[in-house]
Design a protein around this ligand. Structure first.
Ligand code: 5GP
Length: 201
């Protein structure tokens, strides 16, 4: 078992996972982020190497063929991937790595690295999910319906996760995620090395 904890936050579009993710990082600033590769274009405030590594489809495919990703997924017609080497380096150093990815990517990580802690964040109901997606005002009716439809399929994958957090309210959802991370840090198996060291010294 690696020294650090790998924590994956995932959930359907509209669950509010981005907001909860940022709020958790504010409460636990020692958590390390992973910078994903994406083939989508940068938004005006986004910087290459800070928010994402923005790459062409050809560059992304070459990285994938070289086996450089821990997981990859296509999310709304763009490709995303988590570069594996930096994540494992941080874990080896004992740093806890926290990232927010789509449901398909989360499933791949669990299969490849079962010690990860996966948290599924969902809205309290489909009505709330629809209100949130509409409230963002970023989607046209067609893509809104696509997102609502794929949210149903994503919700059905809850069994791939270790924990579920209902996001009725951002503050309590954030607190729940923080509590999960803190409890996992106290897990006996994760602390075995320290206990054995105490016993031999
Ligand atoms: P956006 O393009 O709005 O920044 O991200 C869209 C969604 O892509 C995010 O909500 C997140 O769930 C997902 N995403 C971001 N990075 C990755 C990644 O490295 N892997 C996977 N599987 N999904 C990602």
């Amino acid at each position: 078992m690696k020294k650090g904890l790998l924590i994956v936050l995932s959930g359907p579009s509209g669950a509010g996972k981005g907001t909860v993710y940022n709020a958790v990082i504010n409460m636990l600033p020692e958590l390390k982020k992973s910078i994903s590769v994406t083939t989508r274009l940068p938004r005006p405030d986004e910087i290459d190497g800070v928010h994402y590594y923005f790459r062409t489809v050809e560059e992304y495919v070459a990285m994938k063929e070289r086996g450089e990703f821990l997981e990859t997924a296509e999310v709304y017609k763009n490709f995303y991937g988590t570069p594996q080497a930096p994540v494992f380096e941080m874990l080896e150093k004992g740093e806890d790595v926290f990232f927010e990815i789509d449901v398909e990517g989360a499933k791949q990580i669990k299969a490849k690295y079962p010690e990860c802690v996966s948290i599924f964040i969902i809205p309290p109901s489909f009505e709330v999910l629809e209100q949130r997606l509409r409230g963002r005002g970023t989607e046209d009716e067609n893509s809104l319906l696509t997102r609502i439809g794929s949210a149903r399929g994503e919700l059905a994958q809850y069994k791939n996760f270790d924990y579920i957090v209902f996001n009725d309210d951002v503050h309590s959802a954030t607190q729940n995620v923080v509590n999960i991370i803190e409890a996992e840090r106290c897990d006996i198996l994760r602390n075995e090395r320290k206990i054995l060291n105490m016993l031999v010294n």
